[in-house]
Design a protein around this ligand. Structure first.
Ligand code: ZN
Length: 141
C-alpha cells in the first residue's frame, strides 16, 4: 500500500488557492468591496456580501495555537512524526488564520506567539503543492 497523503480536491471556492500554490504563492480569499480577507474561502463576503477573489498574502504570521501529532493522523506523514500542526494568524488581518504543518522545528519546541513564515512545498503522491510554516528568528531587541 502506498503511504501517500490525501490529495486536495479543488472546488469552485478553493480553486484559486490551489492555483496560487502551484506557482509557489500563498493566496487567500478577499472581498473586492470591503477588502476583508476571508478564510475558509467563500463566494460572497461574510461581512458585506460583496464578490470575492484570491489575492496573494505575505505568508508572515504568528502561531495562534497548535497540536503535536506524535503519530501521523493521515497517511504519508509517518516519517515526520512527531510534528506540529499550527493555526497561524496571518499579519494581514486579526482573526485571519490558516492551519498548516510547522516545518524545520522540533514539535515540542513550538510556542504560541512564535513568528513563522509560509513556504510552498510539494505534496507527495501527486502534483499539488501545499503551504507549510517555518519559524523565523525573532528580531534583535
Ligand atoms: Zn466585504
Amino acid at each position: 500500500m502506498l503511504d501517500v497523503p490525501p490529495q486536495p480536491r479543488p472546488d469552485a471556492d478553493t480553486e484559486g488557492f490551489w492555483q496560487a500554490t502551484e506557482h509557489g504563492e500563498l493566496a487567500l480569499c478577499r472581498c473586492r468591496a470591503c477588502r476583508r480577507w476571508q478564510h475558509p474561502p467563500v463566494e460572497r463576503c461574510r461581512e458585506c456580501g460583496g464578490p470575492t477573489s484570491f489575492e496573494r498574502v505575505s505568508g508572515a504570521g504568528t502561531v495562534f495555537s497548535f497540536i503535536v501529532a506524535n503519530r501521523a493522523s493521515v497517511p504519508g506523514f509517518s516519517e515526520l512524526a512527531p510534528y506540529a500542526v499550527a493555526l497561524v494568524e496571518l499579519d494581514e488581518q486579526p482573526g485571519l488564520r490558516l492551519a498548516s504543518r510547522l516545518a524545520g522545528i522540533d514539535a515540542h519546541a513550538v510556542e504560541i506567539g512564535m513568528r513563522v513564515q509560509a513556504e510552498i512545498e510539494a505534496l507527495p503522491g501527486g502534483n499539488y503543492r501545499i503551504p507549510v510554516f517555518r519559524p523565523v528568528p525573532a528580531p534583535p531587541e
